[in-house]
Design a protein around this ligand. Structure first.
Ligand code: AMP
Ligand code: MG
Length: 273
């Protein structure tokens, strides 16, 4: 496995640069020697995440927001299951964004998002997010271009505000090929344990795969900022995807370097009777 920092550089979309989805290999292995080595490294990352999250929670001054976006079957849920297993559920919040309810739709599109952003000491993971409001909304023609296009600027400002106020924002696009999506959606259709996940609308979305890819390409380029960068993670192999997201999260938390509060000075020299 290549050095974590190296890897992050490869996956990060530099501000103002194209996301380059077409040229990025969805089946990449990111320098991992093999799956076994990748899983071993993931174990280490999961343990490390647990420790860092514990410190973040104890410190209780800063927060982390991980946004997971990707096509259907790109592995958003699987990433959470596999990468966040070592994290104390207390101090961790997972939020899935679906089509807005009528009360959500009665407000601006960031209203429901801001309400569930992490508090100090928390990690929040969004599966889908306000990015649906510039991707799904665009592809499905739910709003005219003048409405979704000006949202890039809102989103940059919103995320900048979160960052300024103590929330580190990391955004991950799970980059899946059209072929692997086909295989996974077929599996969903055929496997009774998975069928509940598939909806007719997903098959409709699949027919617009190219348009979704183009909408993501634009959204990522427009909103990858110094404050809130995008990472494009190859998602055709589950283990590579997990490993990459693990590396991104651990590196993010290590950069924050959360500190445990100083122990109560009265404890010095005391014993527990
Ligand atoms: P799932 O992630 O499988 O639960 O599906 C959630 C669905 O909700 C996806 O089809 C998303 O595109 C859709 N969705 C989420 N947020 C929005 C939004 N703001 N506007 C339109 N569709 C959305
Ligand atoms: Mg779905």
């Amino acid at each position: 496995v290549s050095d974590g920092r190296d890897l992050l550089g490869q996956l990060r979309v530099e501000p103002g640069s194209p996301a380059g989805l077409k040229r990025r290999d969805t089946g990449a292995r990111l320098g991992a020697a093999n799956k076994a080595a990748g899983l071993e490294r993931l174990d280490e990352l999961v343990r490390r995440l647990g420790i860092l999250h514990n410190r973040l929670a104890a410190e209780a001054t800063r927060a982390v927001l991980l946004v997971l976006q990707g096509m259907d079957a790109s592995g958003k849920d699987g990433t959470i299951r596999n990468v966040l297993t070592g994290i104390n559920p207390q101090g961790c919040r997972v939020v899935s964004f679906r089509e807005p309810t009528s009360s959500e739709a009665a407000h601006d599109y960031l209203w429901r998002v801001h309400a569930v952003c992490p508090a100090r000491g928390e990690i929040a993971i969004f599966t889908r997010s306000h990015y649906e409001d510039v991707v799904a909304v665009r592809v499905r023609g739910l709003e005219p271009e003048e409405v979704w296009r000006r949202r890039y600027e809102h989103i940059r400002s919103f995320e900048r505000m979160l960052t300024d106020e103590g929330t580190t924002v990391v955004k991950v696009f799970l980059h899946l090929s059209e072929d692997v999506q086909r295989t996974r959606l077929r599996e969903r259709l055929e496997n009774p344990e998975k069928r509940w996940k598939l909806r007719v609308a997903d098959l409709d979305d699949r027919r617009h795969f190219e348009e979704y890819a183009a909408a993501y390409e634009d959204a990522i380029r427009e909103t990858s900022t110094q404050a809130a960068p995008w990472y494009v993670v190859p998602a055709d192999h589950n283990w590579v995807r997990n490993l990459a997201v693990g590396e991104i999260l651990v590196a993010t938390l290590e950069r924050l370097d959360p500190r445990l509060p100083a122990p109560d000075p009265g404890l010095e020299g005391l014993e527990v009777s």
